[in-house]
Ligand binder design. Structure first.
Ligand SMILES: N[C@@H](CCC[C@H](N)C(=O)O)C(=O)O
Length: 306
């Protein structure tokens, strides 16, 4: 890839991750650096760049049209998470990224947030409230939705997924967490380990804007002490296989709970290759069922672009 990063020379960056889902982060409070998709791809390149599953730019909401629109209904969303996938494409939301984003704002001294405190931020998936906990962050990810509502209601499945390493095409359920997901249930850990995610699984029909694909194995027993357990691997739209996906974990919990029926719990733990994240369902003040995501956020390095 040939792309001139000279215009970004001198820009400070941090490198962070949430359960191994890693990001390049830059603070651009006044919106001076609208980083082009090719530059994002180069910065996220693990061999020629800094390396990351995505890039997150911290910009004041009022500096972006999407952010300014959010401020009209929620004046508290001072900061906007401008998230890009590693290939430079936009996504509406990133669940691990949102925790790392808030941690980055704190470490940069751009906000003050003590454990127990909450911060409202803007994203392309709407306004999100992030709470700092003793060991990480808890995010109200908003309501979940079926992407193909009528089909999901009838059969609990709405598409077929073909992936290398799986003998036959598998049924999937498509769930929106602001961004699209197709969740496939596998029988056991051996099947999960044998699934080859070096190439993008083929989903048919595919949600209109592409999809992230989660392969989920419900634990045996599914529920222990009132908490549901799932193991999951993910192939992310615009990235490839990642060690974790926060919105994907939420979607996997939505689908598994739907398949499990009325007695399924509201609290879930989702094990991903990079760690464990928590998912909880609760009634939102808007009358819709919301999903809460919890997990760690780590900044590992800071530097300056040459
Ligand atoms: N890893 C993220 C999701 C990032 C966006 C995704 N690749 C998409 O295109 O929707 C997460 O933690 O949610």
């Amino acid at each position: 890839m040939t792309f001139d990063l000279a215009p970004l020379s001198g820009l400070r960056f941090s490198k962070g991750h949430g359960t191994g889902n890693d990001f390049v982060l830059v603070a651009d409070p006044d919106g001076d650096h609208d980083i082009a998709p090719a530059a994002v791809a180069l910065l996220c390149d693990r061999h020629r760049g800094i390396g990351g599953d995505g890039l997150i730019r911290a910009v004041r909401s009022r500096q972006l049209p999407e952010g300014a629109a959010l401020l009209e209904t929620n004046s508290e969303a001072e900061w906007f998470m401008d998230y890009r996938n590693g290939d430079g494409s936009l996504s509406e939301m990133c669940g691990n990224g949102v925790r790392v984003f808030v941690h980055f704002l704190i470490e940069q001294g751009l906000v003050v947030l003590e454990p127990g405190g909450e911060l409202t931020i803007g994203t392309r998936g709407g306004v999100k409230v992030v709470a700092r906990t003793a060991d990480g962050y808890r995010v109200d990810m908003g309501p979940w939705e079926f992407i193909f509502p009528s089909q999901a209601k009838d059969r609990g499945m709405d598409s077929l997924v073909k992936a290398a390493g799986l003998d036959v095409d598998r049924p999937a359920l498509s769930v929106s967490m602001g961004n699209p997901h197709s969740v496939v249930a596998l029988a056991d850990e051996a099947e999960l380990a044998g699934t080859n995610l070096t190439a993008a699984p083929v989903v048919s029909p595919q949600p209109p804007h592409g999809t992230n694909v989660e392969f989920a194995v419900p634990a045996e027993p599914l529920v222990t002490d009132g908490v549901g357990h799932i193991s999951m691997r993910v192939h992310e739209r615009g990235v490839g296989e990642t060690l974790s996906c926060g919105t994907g974990a939420c979607a996997a919990a939505v689908a598994t709970r739907f398949w499990a029926g009325d007695d399924a719990p509201d609290t879930w733990q989702v094990k991903v290759p990079g760690g464990v994240v928590g998912v909880r369902f609760f009634p939102g003040t808007d009358g819709l069922e919301h999903v809460e995501l919890s997990g760690p956020a780590v900044i590992v390095a800071t530097g300056v672009l040459d």
